[in-house]
Write a protein that binds this ligand. Structure first.
Ligand code: HEM
Length: 468
């Protein structure tokens, strides 16, 4: 029985549209497939060993990402309804581990991020037809679209992220950091704890709320609305995690409410523009340089999705790395200006994004003697590249004086390179500099072995109990 295009998954459609002679599956047949189970609590703890083995063994590997056995008990009907995210888990993918290959792949415009870019208009319409309305902005963000839309939107959003603009935000970011730490001190004082022996769970009290407040400032969310939007941004993170959960009526309603709130805010900013990112976006719309309402929503959602937990993890991982390497801590305490290089070395050593999951080959591509057929899914391991001994001397050593730490690829490369990198760097510097300046006795409250990595896509610790 032949399927209609609405019944076929996007990858089959993409391969058909590309007219592939050898399918990616055929090209991968007979290869060793390494399972990368993101849901395994030990995954992050052993991932660098896995990457090192793969990098030593072959130029390009074949992996299959899994998140436990979530797909096994699904009906065929449910399998057809897989979101792009679920799709990612259910097929083999090439996995790039060498630094030079990671860079060349990310710079190569023969790859796209949206499999729909390879479809005919009819196939595309069929694939898009049943996507729920309130999820559309999420799938239309910069991260998930290709040129020419990507080029146009990025050009309109980029001016909000220049290095100079970010430098101007320093005092406001410093204030956010100090306010959070003042609160942690007040809480400890209320518990009767004294300096040097005060307790804090660093993620909850500092690393987590810090970047959300900074992004809200930058976007121009009025202070009196902050509490209200907090639940919605949490909700957004849940939607991003999986469609099953997202189908929950409450979650969908939350997304609708956030959308309605933002549409109203766009209107208010249109009438009374201020010096913030949302004002710049609505004005850009009026100038005829088009950013549709859906694209503005997508951009705001992406700020909270791409700019939040990544930065939480940069701060948390950097603190744990320093506190578990006494000689590095001494260097830092003697010279707090090393905070800048601590940011770079943390991004290299324990960068928040281990791999960029989704690139699709639009034509047959040769990579160092390996053939990657059209329609293949290629994942690019930033974590493996950042520990490549051909690029970094003693890559598994954490060294905040490393002169070339900033050659890491933790922010990606090419047209999708992290837009928020200048902001993340300043947030990291301020967080480290402030914590180590304010708290000469800052230390882990438990042995470092007891601090657990999270089991999700991003590398970061679940909880970091400290004494300060
Ligand atoms: C340490 C913190 C961060 C890390 C490690 C990080 C990492 C990344 C990476 C690897 C990409 C490229 C993804 C790809 O090529 O598919 C990316 C893209 C992006 N990041 Fe970040 N990010 C961080 C912080 C931020 C912040 C603070 C913001 C904004 C508030 C932000 C906004 C974005 C946006 C908008 C994109 C999409 C750019 C595009 O597709 O053109 N990121 N980030």
């Amino acid at each position: 029985m032949s399927m209609t295009s609405a019944e076929k998954d996007p990858h089959t459609l993409a391969a058909e549209a590309a007219g592939t002679a050898v399918t990616p599956e055929e090209a991968m047949a007979g290869r060793d497939v390494t399972l990368l189970d993101i849901s395994d609590p030990q995954f992050m703890a052993t991932a660098y060993d896995t990457y090192n083995e793969l990098r030593d063994k072959e130029r390009i590997s074949v992996v299959r990402f899994t998140a436990g056995n979530q797909d096994a008990d699904k009906s065929d009907e449910q399998k057809k309804q897989r979101s792009p995210r679920e799709e990612f888990f259910n097929r083999e993918s090439f996995f790039v581990t060498h630094y030079d290959d990671v860079v060349s792949t990310l710079l190569d415009d023969r790859y796209v991020v949206d499999p729909r870019s390879m479809m005919t208009p009819e196939q595309r319409a069929a694939a898009e037809a049943d996507a729920p309305e309130e999820f559309r902005p999420l799938s239309r963000s910069l991260l998930s679209i290709d040129p020419p839309d990507h080029t146009r939107i990025r050009k309109l959003v980029q001016p909000s992220f220049t290095g100079r603009g970010m430098e101007a935000m320093r005092p406001a970011i410093q204030q956010v950091a100090d306010t959070l730490l003042d609160r942690a001190e007040a809480d400890a004082a209320a518990r009767g704890e004294t300096p040097g022996n005060r307790q804090m769970e660093l993620i909850r009290s500092f690393a987590y709320p810090f970047p959300v407040a900074v992004i809200s400032n930058m976007l121009g969310i009025p202070p009196e609305d902050r509490e209200q939007i907090r639940g919605w941004t949490e909700n957004l993170l849940r939607v991003d995690r999986g469609r099953d959960e997202a189908m929950n009526e409450q979650v969908r309603q939350g997304l609708k409410d956030f959308t309605a709130y933002l549409q109203d805010l766009f209107e208010r900013k249109r009438r009374h523009p201020d010096d913030d990112m949302i004002s710049r976006m609505v004005v850009a719309t009026e100038d005829g340089d088009v950013l549709t309402e859906e694209e503005m929503l997508a951009t705001v959602f992406l700020m909270y999705l791409a700019g939040h937990v990544t930065t939480v993890n940069l701060v948390g991982s950097g603190v744990v790395a320093v506190l578990s390497h006494p000689e590095q801590e001494e260097l830092l305490r003697n010279d707090l200006s090393l905070s800048k290089n601590l940011v770079e070395e943390t991004l290299r050593y324990w960068g928040p994004v281990d791999f960029i999951g989704r690139r699709f080959a639009t034509q047959n591509i040769e990579l160092e003697g390996e053939e990657i057929p059209r329609g293949s899914q290629v994942a690019v391991s930033l974590g493996a590249a950042n520990r490549d001994p051909e690029k970094f001397a003693n890559p598994d050593v954490f060294d905040i004086t490393r002169a070339d730490a900033n050659r890491h690829v933790a922010f990606g490369r090419g047209i999708h390179v992290c837009l928020g990198a200048p902001l993340a760097r300043i947030e990291g510097q301020i967080a480290f500099e402030t914590l180590f300046r304010r708290y000469p006795e800052l230390r882990l409250a438990v042995p470092v072995e007891e601090i657990m990595w999270s089991n999700n896509f991003l590398r970061g610790f679940r909880q970091i109990p400290v004494l300060f």
